[in-house]
Design a protein around this ligand. Structure first.
Ligand SMILES: Cc1ncc(COP(=O)(O)O)c(C=O)c1O
Length: 395
């Protein structure tokens, strides 16, 4: 059924210890770590316990530095344009709150924007009097690029869009948005939290100035890891919202100097094992190939959507031209929380997504709560059959 010729499923599954315990269809929550990632993190934690945290860090210097190179390779960026932080929210916040907004400035965003991002817009609106403008969707449900273009004027100071929203299969047209941003010179911040690891991301092709992502979801890295990309030309236009002695050097009683690279968005103390594990996870994804991952993930998700749509009364809520590995749906007479619990009782992990996560989009579509799953390349067709068998049993 799928054009997944490049993924050796048997090997992918052999290298995923969690598949012996669960049918994990919650990769949009957190992916199952593969063995190399798990080993790298555990090994480093053991070394910290054996020889001391600072000493372990010094010994692991090459692996730590490799993480920057791996992320740069993933994004087709420079290594100096990468900061590794604790999650996607911190990465995004460091970029967003690094912008200087004045009263009357406008932020253009999309309907399916993630709650944390929108809350930050609201805070800055309250503080500085910026205007938030939501670009309408087109008839397919993705951001309408022509509408975006028509809304650009001198007051627009930022285009900030979620690539893959948290609650469904939509993939917003990042590269087309990037073309508008490049043509008009408006900075473009892309939340790639759900797309990193399941869709190829090339910042040169996309044309974004800043990109944030997390480690634990489709990249299958450890929890508590994330990263920020800042285009080198953008670095001096952002003021990190806080600085410490890692981000800057105290050069005199009344002076300090920021680091020249994107690590000015990091701080000194960090989850070193997680940082190493994140790099291993990115290398692991690169070794499979992001195109091959995307193709298998999209084929599996497509099959799930088709089978769900064929169930009487079931609704698939995913929108857009391109759809990813996240599938949102509701079943007739099934409370989404109850379905999640029933699945969990049988060792199948799915999740729910509520209006508080993507309020504008969900309210516009009259949705309060849906079931959400995120399939990955290591999931098997047999696992999907188990999921559907249980749905049949519950009817
Ligand atoms: C679209 C999107 N952006 C940002 C985040 C926040 O990521 P993190 O929890 O790593 O901060 C999430 C988490 O679910 C998300 O789905």
């Amino acid at each position: 059924m799928s054009n997944d010729n490049d993924i050796d499923l048997a090997r992918a599954r052999a290298e995923t210890p969690g598949i012996d315990r669960v049918v994990h269809l919650n990769n949009c929550g957190a992916g199952l770590m593969p063995t190399p990632v798990l080993d790298a993190v555990v090994e480093h934690l053991s070394l910290e316990a054996e020889i001391g945290g600072y000493e372990a860090e010094a010994r692991a210097a090459a692996a730590i530095e490799r993480s920057y190179d791996a992320i740069a390779e993933l994004l087709n960026s420079g290594r100096d344009e990468i900061a590794i932080v604790e999650n996607a929210t911190v990465a995004w916040d460091m970029a967003f709150y690094g912008m200087r907004f004045e009263k009357g400035d406008r932020i253009l965003t999309a309907a399916a924007e993630y709650a944390s991002n929108y809350i930050a817009y609201l805070q800055v609106q309250k503080r500085s009097g910026v205007e938030i403008q939501v670009v309408p969707d087109d008839e397919t449900g993705q951001l309408d690029v022509a509408a975006l273009e028509s809304l650009i004027d001198d007051r627009v100071k930022l285009i900030s869009v979620t690539h893959v929203p948290t609650g469904g299969g939509l993939v917003n047209p990042a590269a087309e948005i990037g073309r508008v941003a490049r043509a008009t010179g408006v900075p473009f911040l892309l939340d790639a939290c759900q797309s990193a690891g399941q869709i190829p991301l090339d910042v040169a092709e996309i044309g974004c100035d800043m990109l944030s992502a997390t480690g634990r979801k489709y990249l299958r890295g450890p929890r508590g890891s994330g990263f920020l990309y800042v285009r080198s030309e953008m670095l001096e236009r952002l003021e990190p919202p806080f600085l410490d002695l890692h981000a800057a050097t105290w050069t005199g009683r009344d002076s300090y100097q920021m680091r020249p690279d994107a690590r000015r968005f990091e701080n000194w103390e960090n989850y070193v094992g997680g940082k190493i594990g994140l790099g291993v996870a990115v290398d692991y994804a690169l070794a499979w190939g992001l195109e091959a991952i995307r193709d298998r993930v999209q084929a599996l998700a497509g099959e799930i959507r088709d089978r769900l749509a064929a169930l009487p009364g079931a609704t698939v809520h995913d929108q857009g031209v391109e759809k990813c590995g996240i599938v949102s749906f509701t079943l007739p007479g099934q409370d989404p929380h109850a379905l999640k619990a029933a699945m969990a009782a049988e060792g199948i992990n799915i999740n729910t997504s509520g209006a508080a996560s993507t309020r504008l989009d969900m309210e516009a579509r009259g949705l309060a709560l849906v079931n959400r799953l995120g399939v990955h390349y290591y999931n098997s067709e047999a696992e999907i059959d188990r999921f559907f068998k249980l749905i049949e049993d519950l009817r």
